[in-house]
Design a protein around this ligand. Structure first.
Ligand SMILES: *[C@@H]1O[C@H](CO)[C@@H](O)[C@H](O)[C@H]1NC(C)=O
Ligand SMILES: *[C@@H]1O[C@H](CO)[C@@H](O)[C@H](O)[C@H]1NC(C)=O
Ligand SMILES: *[C@@H]1O[C@H](CO)[C@@H](O)[C@H](O)[C@H]1NC(C)=O
Ligand SMILES: *[C@@H]1O[C@H](CO)[C@@H](O)[C@H](O)[C@H]1NC(C)=O
Ligand SMILES: *[C@@H]1O[C@H](CO)[C@@H](O)[C@H](O)[C@H]1NC(C)=O
Ligand SMILES: *[C@@H]1O[C@H](CO)[C@@H](O)[C@H](O)[C@H]1NC(C)=O
Length: 621
């Protein structure tokens, strides 16, 4: 192993002797490269590092070095590996588009739609995109009504609104459809009467005829025919049960999971209006009546539209409902009477993003107003999410929330969004470090989380490897020892093997003392392997988090507060054994202080800080 002692001495002298700036910078630039023994980590170390993949390179100088040194030490020009070219292609950039009559596909709410880009370690790219809620976006409204006895008058009110309802909905969007379902209670004891006669007609006490108790019935699939909806409501009959709690969650579960029967459109805003004057049963309550099986989150509707497994499966839990509301992007407006509103308010705390609670007059006379305010509340929230969590690329969001000339603040969520507003977003896409030194890619879908339909797709090329990785270098006179293979001009040990001749299994903790000695920093008082902050595997240190260097003798560098990346990221500085080496124009512990001073001048003026105060790190202080 060449030059490690030299490396330490250099680091030492550079920082202790405070060589004149430029010389120091050159030395640091060299140091950043030469400790790397593999192509991928070499090119990832800094933008000026090159790797010599020439198998015939015979110089004792490091293979990871600057261009000039590699040429002068005899590396074949053609075999010098350079960083890959950056990629930036806007692959789809259709303009924002409101709903056109008769073609739901024409709607465009997010622009652009697809970008191909590359990221190197410690690199951040900023992607601007805009979002505008489309006018006349389709609305699917499913009216889920409590049809227990006490809601009899509410049904009549709804029927009386047959002219006003379409007028109101037309005011919200040109494209609406209505569906209808009703719920009561699981038809099992103790929720209903034991008495045979009362089972068939649970309203016999009221001396009226009504339907046998059921949990949920789907009456009408989503349709744009308002009169069909009114007719269905008018011809539906009430029922009754014994307790004051009902099967709202059973009903919601079926409405969510029976997408085909309900008729939910893939491109629509989906809202369930659930009206009730009763409390609701949740998971566990079903056991009282023998419905002991955990709710299976499946659709069980018979031909007539009844939920026919109500006596088998328990009520769903709040957590199950929450997950499915998110999955199917359905919002619920709970229109409930004063006596039970508090109960629904606490439910709203748990289902916050997807629900709205409003007070329903005892005869439902304010239902129209309530639908309007509920709808407006739901559409006024815009929130973005993405699926990047499993990969190495991280995304942060900044937005002006549609305020003209407003400041960009870090947030995904905007409230108070009205039609016609365009929200400007900026996604900061960053790769803070390579997980592995190989070329890979990650596809990220950024979508509005309330609707979940429009999206911006990022195809990120992760530049952590080298082009020469896959090259077959066969006919070489040079052969590699067992447990190793030729990669980019050098023999690299296979996974699980290490040591100078790849004959030491990293599982084997009983490595030779000779190898152990290689983990100790020479000529220091701390003669502990890997400085006590790493494991010595076959003579190589596997450092704990926060340490680096051959002997784990270096702490990791300062993280920039501004972007969360070590030494400010690509273009600002690199980490050299615990100290950031800043590029020209940058200074500070984490290289996040710019020497630019133009940002301090008042617009139009060229007086720094208008003559008062200092310009520090590009900001007026
Ligand atoms: C360590 O010290 C010994 C003697 O004290 C010296 O011979 C050797 O060159 C030193 N090693 C390095 C890497 O400086
Ligand atoms: C997309 O096109 C618009 C013009 O319609 C342009 O202003 C915008 O910069 C483009 N977006 C990107 C990311 O290139
Ligand atoms: C429909 O909207 C207009 C103005 O936007 C308003 O004047 C009217 O009252 C609304 N009608 C209903 C039924 O809400
Ligand atoms: C509702 O049904 C009754 C008969 O059951 C009928 O007389 C009435 O006209 C219907 N109302 C509407 C709005 O269809
Ligand atoms: C482990 O080391 C001991 C001496 O330290 C030696 O006797 C033994 O053979 C080694 N075991 C293996 C599996 O290498
Ligand atoms: C601002 O920066 C420029 C170039 O970096 C320099 O020439 C100029 O003197 C600076 N102005 C002040 C007032 O520091």
């Amino acid at each position: 192993m060449y030059g490690h002692g030299v490396l330490c001495l250099l680091v030492f002298s550079v920082f202790s002797a405070r060589v004149a700036g430029q010389v120091q910078q050159q030395l640091l630039n060299k140091l950043v490269c030469i400790e790397h023994e593999e192509c991928g980590s070499c090119l990832s170390a800094a933008s000026h590092c090159r790797w010599c993949a020439d198998p015939y390179y015979s110089s004792a100088a490091p293979r990871c070095n600057d261009d000039e040194t590699l040429v002068t030490t005899g590396c074949s020009q053609a075999m010098i590996q350079r960083p890959e070219k950056p990629v930036w292609v806007v692959a789809e950039n259709n303009s924002l588009q409101d709903m056109q009559l008769g073609s739901q596909e024409s709607v465009v709410q997010i622009q652009p739609q697809r970008i191909k880009l590359s990221l190197k370690p410690r690199e951040t790219k900023k992607i601007k995109f805009s979002y505008r809620p489309a006018k006349n976006y389709p609305l699917d409204l499913y009216y889920l009504m409590d049809l227990t006895w006490s809601m009899k008058d509410d049904k009549e009110t709804l029927v009386s609104l047959r002219d006003d309802l379409p007028t109101l909905l037309k005011n919200l969007t040109d494209n609406f459809r209505l569906g209808f379902g009703s719920f009561a209670e699981k038809p099992i004891m103790p929720f209903i009467s034991v008495d045979e006669r009362r089972r068939a007609n649970p309203c016999s006490v009221e001396e009226e005829a009504c339907e046998a108790t059921y949990s949920f019935k789907h009456h009408l699939s989503l349709t744009n025919q308002v009169n069909e909806f009114i007719n269905e409501v008018n011809t539906s009959s009430v029922t009754a049960n014994l307790d004051n709690a009902e099967a709202q969650l059973d009903a919601l579960m079926q409405v969510l999971t029976c997408g085909d029967r309900i008729g939910w459109s893939p491109r629509s805003r989906k809202i369930v209006i659930l009206s009730s004057d009763g409390l609701l049963h949740t998971a566990g309550d079903g056991r009282l009546g023998g419905a002991t099986r955990k709710n299976d989150e499946k659709c069980h509707l018979d031909e007539k539209g009844y939920y026919n497994e109500a006596a088998t499966y328990d009520y769903p839990s709040i957590a199950q409902i929450y997950r499915l509301l998110d999955e199917y992007k359905v919002n619920v407006i709970f229109a409930v009477t004063e006596s039970v509103k508090e109960h629904y308010d606490s439910l709203h705390q748990l289902l916050e993003d997807f629900t709205y609670v409003a007070k329903l007059e005892s005869d439902s006379s304010n239902i129209l107003k309530l639908v309007k305010t509920g709808y407006e509340d739901i559409v006024s929230v815009v929130d973005f999410e993405d699926d990047s969590s499993s990969g190495p690329v991280k995304v942060r969001y900044f937005t002006d929330c549609g305020v003209k000339g407003g400041q960009m603040i870090e947030a995904t969520r905007c409230t108070g969004v009205g039609y016609g507003m365009t929200l400007n977003y900026e996604a900061h896409v960053a790769l803070d470090a390579c997980r592995e030194f190989v070329r890979s890619s990650q596809t990220i879908r950024i979508s509005e989380s309330q609707l979940g339909q429009d999206s911006l797709t990022l195809e990120v090329d992760i530049q952590c490897g080298c082009k020469c990785e896959g090259d077959l270098q066969k006919d070489m006179s040079m052969t590699c020892p067992a447990n190793s293979h030729l990669v980019c001009g050098v023999c690299q040990c296979n996974k699980g093997w290490s040591g100078p001749s790849c004959d030491c299994s990293i599982e084997d903790e009983n490595a030779s003392t000779e190898l152990m000695a290689q983990c100790r920093e020479p000529n220091t008082t701390r003669a502990i392997a890997c400085s006590g902050v790493g494991d010595c595997l076959c003579g190589k240190c596997d450092c704990d988090r926060g340490y680096s260097g051959r002997y784990c003798q270096c702490k990791t560098c300062e993280i920039s507060l501004e972007n969360g990346i070590e030494c400010g990221g690509v273009g600002r500085g690199v980490c050299v054994c615990g100290q950031c080496a800043c590029s020209e124009g940058w200074s500070g512990e984490a290289c996040d202080c710019t020497s630019r001073n133009d940002t301090c001048s008042a617009p139009g003026g060229n007086d720094i800080c208008s003559g008062h105060g200092d310009c520090v790190c590009g900001e007026f202080r």
